[in-house]
Ligand binder design. Structure first.
Ligand code: NAD
Ligand code: TYD
Length: 354
């Protein structure tokens, strides 16, 4: 049996593939375009492992995808490939439209043709699992209930709009063509291997370099944080037992304002890597807000808990400690991803008054 995973050199994809092959001998064909966010170093542990077939390519490449499906006959496609960073989507939405919308469309088209050609047993077992985000639901008021699977889509950023468009295509391929799709909408992830453009790894990398810790606006935007391996276990649960055509929200019931996240991390760093000049909180710097910055996300995860028995294994306290420790133990991973291209991004996004 084989899985076709897309985006498996990125943060969640690499964690997913590493965990998958740590738990089962089912082969993984891992297709990744190796954009700035795709890092082959994330997969070094799988070098020489015949169960892992890495393919450097784009989900929007029709001939490539059709060829991979025909050659490897996967029982499922798990689509994690995406442009994933809200700030980058504000500076340049084109790649988000091309990968998140057109790329997903291409995967659906190829998968539909492949699925229709399968024999009866393979056809009924096939799944197309599309990994999406809670950001498609838009921004919550402080006292609103968390997002359920029935919450109306109200995406506000080019990133979330492109993910919402992809989710709608996936839904339509089920309703129109009967394709056995599954969609997951997860809250903010954190953990090992996350590119230091996102809040949590950025704070760790900057703190270790003695640089300012940029907090957008008043720091009171709320996100619902989930440790990455809990997202991976949820994807496995949905793939194994999710009902085709259904959507599953994934979250850890852990809403926190950004400033609280940064303070917790500063205190952890004070304990694990004290700074001679003073506490890490002294590095916190409130900067100009992100345009259109969504105020609050929160996930109601009762459906996946009830139907699939999924629960997160980590609390925020245990997950953030593991995360900080991982970054402290892997300084060369951080140094390697902080390439010239990364420095240019930092200059563009955080330059004075931008
Ligand atoms: P990431 O940016 O770290 O990784 C994305 C990966 O996709 C990279 O390896 C990149 O090279 C690859 N990729 C990009 N464009 C591609 C293309 N056209 N063809 C093939 N590969 C391509 O992202 P992530 O944080 O690991 O997110 C993975 C998925 O999970 C995304 O779909 C994202 O929307 C979703 N998600 C992320 C979070 C989060 O907090 N990070 C939360 C919920 C959902
Ligand atoms: P991010 O990690 O980019 O995830 P998302 O925008 O998808 O939720 O940001 C998480 C929160 O942290 C978000 O409210 C924006 C905020 N943030 C900062 O305050 N400073 C930063 O430098 C970054 C990257 C994010």
């Amino acid at each position: 049996m084989t899985l076709l995973v897309t985006g498996g050199a990125g943060f969640i994809g690499a964690n997913f593939v590493l965990e998958w092959l740590g738990r089962s001998d089912e082969r993984v064909v891992n297709l990744d375009a190796l954009t700035y966010a795709g890092n082959p170093e994330n997969l070094v542990a799988l070098e020489g492992d015949e169960r892992h077939i890495f393919v450097h390519g784009n989900i929007a490449d029709r001939a490539l995808i059709a060829g991979l499906l025909a050659e490897h006959q996967p029982r499922a496609v798990v689509n994690l490939a995406a442009e994933s960073h809200v700030d980058r989507s504000i500076h340049g939405p084109g790649d988000f439209v091309r990968t998140n919308i057109q790329g997903t469309y291409n995967l659906l088209e190829c998968a539909l043709e492949y699925w229709r050609g399968l024999d009866a047993a393979a056809n009924s077992g096939f799944r197309f699992l599309h990994v999406s985000t809670d950001e498609v639901y838009g921004s919550l008021e402080p006292d609103s209930p968390p997002f359920t699977e029935a919450t109306a889509y109200q995406p506000n950023s080019p990133y979330s709009a492109s993910k919402a468009a992809a989710d709608h295509l996936v839904r339509a391929w089920h309703h129109t063509y009967g394709m056995p799709v599954l969609t997951t909408n997860c809250s903010n992830n954190y953990g090992p291997l996350q590119f230091p453009e996102k809040l949590i790894p950025l704070v760790i990398a900057n703190a270790l370099a003695g640089e300012p810790l940029p907090v957008y606006g008043d720091g009171m935007n709320v996100r619902d944080w989930l440790y990455v391996s809990d997202h991976c276990s949820a994807i496995r649960a949905v793939l194994a037992n999710g009902r085709p055509g259904e959507v599953y929200n994934i979250g850890g019931w852990n809403e926190m304002p950004n400033i609280d996240i940064v303070n917790v991390m500063c205190d952890l760093l004070d304990e694990l890597r004290p700074r001679a000049e003073g506490p890490h909180r002294e590095l916190i710097s409130f900067v100009k807000d992100r345009p259109g910055h969504d105020r609050r996300y929160a996930i109601d995860a009762r459906k996946i808990e009830r139907e699939l028995g999924w629960r997160p294994a980590e609390t925020f306290q245990t997950g953030i400690r593991k995360t900080v420790q991982w970054y402290l133990e892997h300084p060369s991973w951080v140094a390697n991803v902080q390439s010239g291209a990364y420095r240019r991004w930092v200059d563009l996004n955080y330059r004075q008054g931008s």
